[in-house]
Ligand binder design. Structure first.
Ligand SMILES: [Zn+2]
Ligand SMILES: [Zn+2]
Length: 376
């Protein structure tokens, strides 16, 4: 047997739509969860809303009059707040807001994250380092311990919203009276007012300071890497938890090496004769001087790898490689004797007329040049 919704709303069985509406509005204002948050009242509010939902709809009202359950389920009206019941529609129509009770907001909020840039040279980023960093930040106010209230005082309950943090306003609209809630202008939604703010922090609960922290930067970081130091950011207002501190790595360019991931690249120029005859040279690497063997017949653009002479891999074992790109330099000026020698060499090698020496099927150097001019 369904409930007697007429009794719920306190109206006669032959009440007009207008009377039903009036009765509901009167009860709803009294029992609204924003006004009266206790569970029993909220339950009652649901009941009157269910009653109104039925009695304001002629079809459902008729079903109810005939002893049926307009919500269609086996359970009573309480279960009717499931799918399809336009509970919040009704709430919105009457109150302009949904039913969720917000309550006063906390003064304590999480502090902001902070980012500082840390410039490193290649050896530091590649192998890790320890840095002392000076950080401008906010820390908890020692005097009030974050409460913002002067010593020996407490924040007072706001007399405008009585600690709820929001105020409701009833205005007239075409729907009748509409109740809207907004954050309390006197306390800013906190529900309490600090009448005597802490002198040290002006009521913010934190003070600005400069502190030095020691951070370990792991090997293998690179330009743009962010290191998160949890809880090392600013303390929040009202004694809220601190945010995080982020270190943004900026890698200073190295005069010799270009870093690509864990590998290092550099270019070494050697004379044509050294490339042809082979040579050895000493190079300053991140690990100190290193002897490099250039084999006879080395071509321009050839890469000589020095394995595991790159930077340390981040969070992994092992190192990248050092890759030496060879650039073979052709002499710009020859004295008569050098020219004579080179001519002799070219004769000996049968290279006076280069096109003839290219492999069958391959276009010669000169014909390729011609094609380029003809736009092919
Ligand atoms: Zn303080
Ligand atoms: Zn207030």
């Amino acid at each position: 047997m369904a409930k007697d919704y007429y009794a719920t709303l306190g109206v006669r069985r032959d009440a007009s739509q207008e009377e039903i509406k009036k009765a509901y509005r009167r009860l709803a204002r009294e029992l609204h969860p924003d006004v009266n948050p206790d569970p029993a009242t909220q339950e009652r509010f649901k009941e009157i809303t269910a009653a109104y939902e039925v009695l304001s709809d002629p079809q459902k009202r008729q079903m109810h009059d005939m002893g049926g359950d307009p919500f269609g389920g086996a359970a009573g009206a309480g279960a009717g707040f499931g799918a399809g019941f336009p509970f919040s529609d009704i709430m919105d129509a009457f109150f302009g807001t949904a039913s969720a009770s917000r309550g006063p907001r906390s003064r304590a909020r999480r502090g902001r994250n902070a980012t500082i840039r840390v410039e490193l040279d290649l050896a530091e980023s590649g192998f890790g380092t320890t840095r002392e960093l000076v950080v401008d930040t906010a820390i908890l106010c020692e005097v009030c311990q974050g409460s913002g209230a002067a010593a020996g005082t407490h924040p007072d309950t706001c007399d405008m919203c009585h600690g709820r943090g929001e105020v409701s306003q009833v205005t007239r609209s075409f729907l009748g009276q509409v109740m809207t809630s907004r954050p309390c202008p006197q306390c800013g939604g906190f529900g309490s007012v600090i009448r005597h703010p802490c002198q040290e922090c002006s009521g913010d609960g934190r003070v600005r300071t400069r502190r030095t922290i020691k951070v370990r930067i792991p090997a293998g970081v690179e330009d743009g890497t962010h290191i998160q130091l949890a809880g090392e950011g600013e303390v929040g207002p009202g004694g809220g938890p601190p945010g995080d501190l982020f270190l943004e790595i900026v890698e200073r360019p190295h005069p010799t090496f270009e870093r690509r991931g864990d590998d290092l690249h550099c270019t070494v120029s050697i004379p044509m004769t050294a490339a042809a005859l082979g040579t050895s040279l000493t190079m300053e690497t991140l690990d100190g001087p290193e002897q490099i063997d250039v084999r006879p017949g080395t071509q321009s653009g050839q890469v000589i790898p020095l394995y595991a002479r790159g930077v340390q891999r981040l969070n992994e074992s092992g190192r990248g490689d050092l890759l030496i790109h060879v650039n073979v330099e052709t002499p710009l000026k020859l004295d008569p004797e050098q020219e004579e020698l080179l001519r002799k060499l070219s004769q000996l090698r049968g290279e006076e007329r280069p096109p003839g020496k290219f492999a069958p099927g391959q276009q010669g150097f000169f014909s390729r040049l011609k094609d380029a001019f003809n736009g092919r």
